[in-house]
Unconditional design. Structure first.
Length: 145
């Protein structure tokens, strides 16, 4: 599309993300505990593949973000690998650098292994990196300035 100069239509931000997990119940408990999410009642069918599995929905009431943890009947197993095409990682933003210290303490209390706070002054950000029960990389991220 050459010569296309119109602005993209607006969005309200990310509404949800939906990883496929090996054990929906284990992952639902983990995400709810780590991020303080509310599990919504029932399950949601896969759009366009209603007989192929389901999702458990978790809600962050503070932000409105939904996480749909998916079970697929044809799940091939195996571990998550960000080197394959698809998802690399998911990052949550935090208000300031001090929030990362609070998150590090929280993750320690929950016995969730993590990187500790990584300060990248050259790139002007700080982050904590950790993984969910399926090995999906998660980050808490603050961009300075």
């Amino acid at each position: 599309m050459t010569g296309f100069t119109a602005a993209a239509p607006p969005t309200t931000g990310v509404h949800h993300f939906s990883p496929t997990v090996s054990d929906v119940e284990v992952s639902a408990e983990w995400y709810a505990r780590v991020f303080g999410l509310e599990r919504l009642p029932g399950v949601a069918p896969h759009h366009g593949d209603e007989d192929g599995g389901y999702a458990v929905l978790l809600l962050d009431r503070a932000t409105g973000l939904l996480i749909g943890l998916h079970h697929h009947e044809g799940h091939h197993g195996g571990s998550f690998d960000e080197r394959r095409s698809g998802l690399d990682h998911i990052a949550w933003g935090v208000r300031d650098r001090a929030d990362l210290d609070i998150w590090a303490e929280w993750l320690d209390q929950l016995a969730v292994q993590h990187s500790g706070v990584i300060d990248k002054d050259a790139r002007n950000y700080s982050a904590i990196v950790f993984r969910d029960p399926d090995g999906i990389q998660l980050e808490l991220f603050h961009r300075h300035g």
